[in-house]
Ligand binder design. Structure first.
Ligand SMILES: [Zn+2]
Length: 79
């Protein structure tokens, strides 16, 4: 454990220790993950997937309907 401490306290660049660099990498990783999640959420909100493709089992109509309103526009049957 003491060796690890000494290793982490080694100065690698311009006064920065390995533990500072490691912490920076971890923080950067967390930041990138959060950023990607945020971008994904923005993208998802811009492209709402409220429409789904259905095929009516009664009349054979095919097309897009609202995800929560699965009713065939031709014959009114629930799909
Ligand atoms: Zn139908």
């Amino acid at each position: 454990m003491e060796e690890l401490q000494r290793f982490l306290d080694q100065i690698v660049y311009n006064g920065y220790r390995i533990r500072d660099v490691a912490l920076g990498i971890v923080l950067a990783g967390i930041f990138i993950i959060l950023l990607r999640k945020l971008l994904h959420a923005i993208k998802a909100s811009k492209e709402p997937k409220y429409n789904i493709k259905i095929k009516c089992p009664k009349c054979g109509w095919e097309g897009e309907v609202g995800k929560y309103v699965r009713i065939c526009p031709r014959c009114g049957r629930k799909a």
